[in-house]
Design a protein around this ligand. Structure first.
Ligand SMILES: [Cu+2]
Length: 606
């Protein structure tokens, strides 16, 4: 599934890799006069390295004219390519097989790397070098193992010194789909890792060919294959002039390179994590991830994966729709469900959201003081959740905090919240399980309770304002939070950013009661009204005594707070109501029609 720009690149890359491999395989088995082991070496390496494998094949190995392979492949740099090819073909195959198995088993990355090294070494030495090359080298299998042990060790060390950090940094990078063998990105990382490993291993292979420690490219023609079948071939025998100090130094340095490649990435990324912990998660750009960042932290800040979206709301859909109950023996019963949706905050900007009843904000719950109510809650999210009734006095087990008053409701699970409403005023409900993630994704809604005696400050028009902060980057939605990389770049009133916020029409002389709810997670938003002050008549659901009411034109609405204010439409015109942190009135820092985000218009007619 395409969720990041790199996915297009990967599709093109692997299409080219397949075409390149088909060409090399066809050409090798039709024309090229060399041992079968080398034919397969080039085919595998081209599969892993794509067009780069093809490039090396045509530049260094493919016979240009019949009968010229011996002459063509003689230069040392080409012999070095051949030597690296048969090291990489075997080692990389072992490493990739091991990587798939360890990822599937869920072993931590640092164990992965060790298993991969052992598997790569074993595969290269025991199968690719000793077994497949035996008929050319002559001698017994064990003699071959013994003879190729040191060159294979040197080459494998150098290759893994390049491949291991490539895998560590990219698999534990921002896009951890790279840890999952079911993802194209995993294969992209493997491909790149093999490429880096090849170039790191190339210089020592050139040296080993030069010193007669390793074979480079060889020529084997049809006739000679038959005449030498099962026996040794004099031309393939080697005599090395490398000295013991030289061998010790090269083996030592490549071992140090290997250790650095395995260990140093662990200074920067958390190699104790596995594909089961964090595989598939995509982290926000700019997030700080260090060598001891826990898997929980990463899961908490990761994007909603687009494949989890189960419903795409129409672009003009509005949240905060009144939810009608049905009656059951005098109890008002409401059905509430949480799921993953795609929601337009602007006509051309959609976020992935966690939503109650497929809307952002969730549906409006309207109770009357004294109601007996039951909420049948069902969780269709990919993670556990709960619902909390913010500001209400309810039995403790109905209050919602996960792990404190109840077990969180698992994915697919349900919970019945039942209580009698003893208060009145402006409240809201929201998730109380990982709210830093879930509420930031949209799990909240207004909860308005009418007093039984009907006595509350009234106005000609009522309007509910629910604030929210969003982080949408590179096609994905992350939970906005006050952490590095988590800062929001979009802001909404009732699920829409200006200019998509509602325009409320009024007439001069009419009064407006705004119920402003801090449903957002991070900022105290100074909500400011143009065209004259309003009167603050209630705070946090509590009606202020006449003597305690006050005039203001800005209220600082913190997360969780509610302010009921009454405003008079004094003059005709378009009167703005907006947050006074100017960044919060932009859309990804862009102003459209004079602003964005937390801004809306009250249009007063004469
Ligand atoms: Cu603000």
């Amino acid at each position: 599934m395409i969720v990041q720009p790199i996915d297009y690149l990967l599709i093109v890359w692997f299409a080219l890799a397949v075409l390149s491999t088909l060409y090399v395989a066809w050409d090798q088995f039709r024309h090229n006069p060399e041992p079968v082991v080398m034919k397969w070496g080039f085919i595998l390496v081209t599969l892993y390295m794509g067009p780069l494998g093809l490039l090396m094949y045509v530049l260094a190995d493919k016979e240009p004219q019949p009968g010229t392979h011996e002459e063509f492949t003689r230069p040392l740099w080409k012999q070095g390519v051949g030597s690296t090819i048969h090291c990489v073909a075997g080692d990389a195959t072992g490493i990739i097989l091991a990587a798939v198995i360890t990822a599937t088993l869920g072993l931590p990355m640092r164990i992965d790397l060790i298993v991969e090294y052992i598997a790569g070494f074993a595969f290269g030495l025991l199968i690719f070098q000793s077994l497949f090359m035996k008929h050319m080298m002559g001698g017994t299998y064990l003699e071959n193992v013994r003879k190729t042990l040191l060159p294979e060790f040197i080459s494998m060390n150098a290759m893994m010194a390049g491949m291991a950090p490539t895998m560590s940094f990219l698999m534990m990078g921002r896009d951890m789909r790279a840890m999952q063998p079911t993802s194209l990105l995993f294969w992209g990382v493997m491909s790149l890792g093999v490429g880096v490993g090849f170039f790191v291993a190339y210089p020592v292979n050139v040296w080993m060919v030069k010193r007669g420690l390793k074979h480079g490219l060889m020529t084997e023609r049809e006739s000679s294959t038959h005449s030498n079948h099962g026996g040794s071939h004099a031309g393939y025998r080697m005599k090395s002039d490398a000295t013991v100090p030289q061998l010790a130094a090269v083996a030592g340095v490549t071992t140090l390179m290997l250790l650095a490649g395995l260990i140093v990435p662990g200074f920067y990324v958390n190699l104790s994590l596995s594909a089961h912990d964090v595989g598939g998660y995509i982290m926000p750009p700019g997030m700080i991830m260090d060598f001891n960042t826990p898997a929980e932290t990463m899961r908490d800040m990761s994007a909603i994966l687009p494949r989890l979206v189960s419903y795409r709301a129409p672009a003009d859909a509005r949240g905060d729709q009144i939810l009608e109950p049905h009656l059951d023996n005098g109890v008002k019963v409401y059905d509430l469900e949480a799921s993953v949706i795609r929601w337009n905050i602007l006509p051309d900007v959609a976020v992935d959201a966690y939503a109650f009843n497929r809307q952002v904000p969730g549906p409006r719950l309207q109770f009357t003081e004294g109601d007996h109510i039951r909420i049948n809650f069902h969780n269709n999210l990919p993670e556990s959740t709960t619902v909390h009734w913010h500001g209400l006095i309810v039995p403790n087990e109905m209050d919602g905090p996960a792990e404190i008053t109840q077990k969180p409701v698992p994915p697919g699970g349900s919970y019945n919240y039942e209580f009698t409403v003893g208060q009145s005023g402006t409240y809201f409900y929201h998730t109380h399980d990982h709210p830093d993630r879930q509420q930031a994704f949209g799990l909240y809604g207004a909860l308005l309770i009418a007093p039984r005696d009907g006595k509350e400050p009234k106005a000609d028009i009522e309007y509910v304002v629910q604030l929210q902060e969003w982080l949408k980057r590179e096609w994905l939605t992350y939970p906005a939070m006050l952490m590095e990389g988590g800062l929001p770049n979009y802001f909404t009133i009732n699920g829409k950013a200006y200019p998509a916020t509602e325009i409320v029409k009024m007439k001069v002389g009419q009064t407006l009661k705004l119920r402003i709810i801090g449903t957002n997670n991070n900022f105290v938003h100074p909500m400011h009204m143009h065209g004259g002050p309003f009167e603050v008549v209630a705070v946090d659901g509590q009606i202020l005594a006449e003597s305690a009411r006050y005039m203001a034109d800005t209220v600082n609405v913190g997360p969780g707070q509610r302010y009921d204010v009454v405003w008079n439409a004094r003059l005709p015109g378009k009167w703005l109501f907006h947050c006074h942190i100017p960044h919060h009135t932009t859309n990804n820092n862009v102003e459209q029609n004079g602003g964005g985000g937390l801004m809306m218009i009250f249009q007063v007619e004469p």
